[in-house]
Design a protein around this ligand. Structure first.
Ligand SMILES: NC(=O)c1ccc[n+]([C@@H]2O[C@H](COP(=O)([O-])OP(=O)(O)OC[C@H]3O[C@@H](n4cnc5c(N)ncnc54)[C@H](OP(=O)(O)O)[C@@H]3O)[C@@H](O)[C@H]2O)c1
Length: 246
């Protein structure tokens, strides 16, 4: 069994992954600012990475600013790679988004530009890397409701997605750790293509009655349909409807 550092191990996906890794018998260290590790300054990073066999990156910074997103994700990836190289870590695993390095997707929002720069920075390093790319998780439907609000009206972009159960994403990250180095890319998608505004409307109907969802057209192809997976993605067959109303 391995010693695994989960960066962002206190976050939504990081916590799921850390718990599953422990259940699989790994020794797990959860790293985040609240545990004394700051990937933006490098504070505590060398110390936490020393002695690790694997580092899993589940970090996040929610922003639409390209400068902020690129600064955070690219800067963190460079620091993590440098710390991992110094410590002789054998395997890095980073959580990413399907198609995010596609030019139309990466230029569609500042956030995607940041995530694409994160992948690039990891690939530029010398530590064996697995990029785990997933489609949007079902839980994102709840986030959509709060993003652009005018009173009780939520404006949600009409984007085509193949959303996936978050547990499947966590399981694939654990699988990536178990495989060890040598698998550069794993991709995951859900079973059905859905519209983001329909997902938000379904969540509003089930959990937030009184909130009205209005779908807004998206002019950019990268956002409208660029987040759909290619044919090589693993498909988890749990549906959004079953997740919402178990
Ligand atoms: N949501 C989706 O549908 C989806 C789909 C595919 C991929 N992803 C990717 O999944 C990743 C994780 O997302 P999430 O929603 O699980 O994130 P999250 O819940 O926002 O958690 C972020 C984690 O990063 C840590 N963190 C933030 N800034 C830090 C810093 N400067 N130094 C150290 N730790 C820091 C946070 O802890 P502290 O605040 O304590 O530092 C927290 O543990 C993201 O990169 C996202 O792009 C998401």
């Amino acid at each position: 069994m391995s010693r695994v550092v989960v960066l962002g191990g206190t976050g939504a996906m990081g916590a799921l992954v850390a718990g599953r890794l422990e259940a699989a018998g790994h020794e797990v260290v959860r790293a985040a600012r609240s545990t004394g590790v700051d990937v933006s300054t490098g504070a505590g990073l060398d110390a936490v990475v020393a002695g690790a066999d694997v580092v899993v990156d589940c970090l996040n910074r929610t922003t639409l600013s390209k400068a902020v997103a690129v600064g955070f994700f690219e800067g963190a990836a460079r620091r993590v790679v440098a710390a991992a190289e110094k410590a002789g870590v054998g395997h890095l695993v980073v959580l990413s988004i399907v198609n995010v390095t596609d030019p139309a997707v990466r230029r569609s929002t500042g956030y995607y530009a940041g995530k694409a720069a994160q992948e690039d920075a990891y690939r530029a390093g010398s530590v064996p890397l697995t990029v785990v790319r997933t489609t949007a998780w079902f839980t994102l439907a709840e986030t959509f409701l709060g993003q652009i609000r005018v009173g009780r009206v939520a404006l949600v972009p009409r984007m085509r997605l193949r959303p996936v159960h978050p547990d499947a994403a966590a399981a694939l990250l654990v699988d990536a750790v178990g495989r060890g180095p040598g698998t550069p890319l794993l991709e995951l998608a859900g079973p059905e293509e859905l519209d983001a505004s329909s997902m938000a409307r379904a969540v509003a109907g089930a959990r937030h009655q009184g909130v009205r969802v209005v779908g807004i057209p998206v002019p950019l192809r990268g956002l409208r349909s660029g987040l759909l997976p290619g044919p090589g993605a693993t498909v988890d067959d749990r549906t959004f409807g079953a997740w919402l109303s178990p």
